[in-house]
Design a protein around this ligand. Structure first.
Ligand SMILES: [Zn+2]
Length: 365
């Protein structure tokens, strides 16, 4: 078999995945035998951002990407508009739902996604340039495999980029030369040992995954030198697309996103923590995939499932696999149209309130 022939390569990939799924099935089945209730903390009665007890249900949904069992609720605070998962997953629950998403079964697929986003990474790095022409040191928190830092080095060739991640990704990235230093762990735990060390700290689509975003911000302040910059990018729960698309809006990303902060909330809290916000952007960080992703999720929800170790029943046979292919083939024109509309809307996303993310740059006083 030669590696230039794509057919055997695809067949080999499918066979590898089938083996990986089969190997994982017994463990998932054993875990799920007791149901998913034990993965949740008790429901809280107050807003984790402001303490108000005036909560309302914003969204009820399921795991639309992996289709692991379980139901999830996002509450919204009627006083400060903070949106949060309630009841929230325990650490055991988070481990269960994250497993095979960024690593294991999910790694190959997502590696492709994160590896090809260089234009967005470059734009993120450039947003700092007017405020720090040549920072000496930069810590990227939630760096994954360090792909942002690799691209940002084109913009800041003399900067030493370190990365931090809960997974082994940062350590691997250090070995591959993408990071000067890769830390494994949580920022609040590691911050005392890194005090006053960095000129820039970045958090791209990180805070919404955190169980305690304010603690993360305080830790970021600790590792920054006085005058240092904190760059944050998060999904915007006040995006018009969030209302328009409901549970099919990709950035809800249940069950991973635990806290979604409106920009005004984050701005105010940064001020209270001793930062001055020097830049706020809504159009630039918009990732124009909302309609395409919603259509894809809808097709995927309607089509027969792809095999996965946490699904009940027998693995899908030839007929179900063919039917799944047919659903996506029939939906291809809709997906194409959705992608075109996403492109069109992207030009004015900041002005029209359609942007799905915002960026804040704040200076430590
Ligand atoms: Zn609140």
């Amino acid at each position: 078999m030669t590696t230039t022939d794509p057919a055997p390569a695809t067949a080999g990939k499918a066979a590898l995945r089938a083996r990986q799924v089969a190997a994982r099935r017994p463990a998932y089945r054993a875990e799920l035998a007791d149901g998913t209730e034990r993965f949740f903390e008790p429901r809280r009665a107050d807003c984790p951002w402001c303490g108000s007890e005036r909560l309302r249900v914003r969204l009820r949904t399921t795991d639309l990407l992996q289709h692991k069992p379980g139901r999830f609720v996002l509450d919204e605070c009627q006083d400060c508009a903070h949106v949060f998962q309630n009841p929230r997953l325990t650490s055991e629950g988070l481990e269960f739902y994250y497993r095979d998403f960024y690593d294991g079964l999910g790694e190959q697929r997502l590696g492709g996604v994160f590896g090809t986003r260089t234009a967005a990474y470059r734009d993120r790095a450039r947003s700092v340039a007017p405020f720090a022409a040549a920072p000496g040191s930069w810590l990227d928190v939630g760096t994954g495999h360090g792909h942002f830092c690799e691209t940002a080095r084109e913009v800041f060739p003399d900067t030493a980029f370190d990365g931090l991640d809960l997974s082994e990704g940062a350590e691997l990235a250090e070995r591959n030369g993408r990071l000067a230093h890769g830390f494994r762990g949580s920022l609040p735990d590691l911050a005392p040992g890194l005090a006053d060390r960095y000129e820039v700290v970045s958090m791209f689509h990180y805070l919404e995954h955190s169980t305690d975003p304010v603690r993360e911000l305080a830790a970021a302040r600790q590792v920054l030198r006085p005058g240092g910059l904190l760059l944050i990018e998060v999904p915007d729960p006040q995006s018009r697309y969030a209302r328009l698309l409901g549970r099919w809006w990709l950035p809800w990303l249940q069950p991973q996103h635990l806290n979604l902060m409106p920009a005004a909330n984050l701005r105010r809290r940064l001020g209270e923590l001793g930062f001055t916000v020097v830049l706020e952007q809504h159009g630039e960080p918009h990732d124009p995939v909302d309609l395409l992703a919603a259509c894809w999720l809808l097709l995927d929800a309607g089509a027969p499932r792809e095999d996965a170790p946490w699904l009940p029943g027998d693995p899908p046979g030839r007929l179900r696999r063919a039917l799944r292919g047919a659903v996506f083939l029939a939906g291809a024109p809709v997906l194409l149209l959705a992608a075109l509309l996403d492109r069109l809307a992207a030009r004015s996303a900041g002005r029209t309130g359609l942007s799905n993310a915002y960026r804040l740059l704040a200076r430590r006083k």
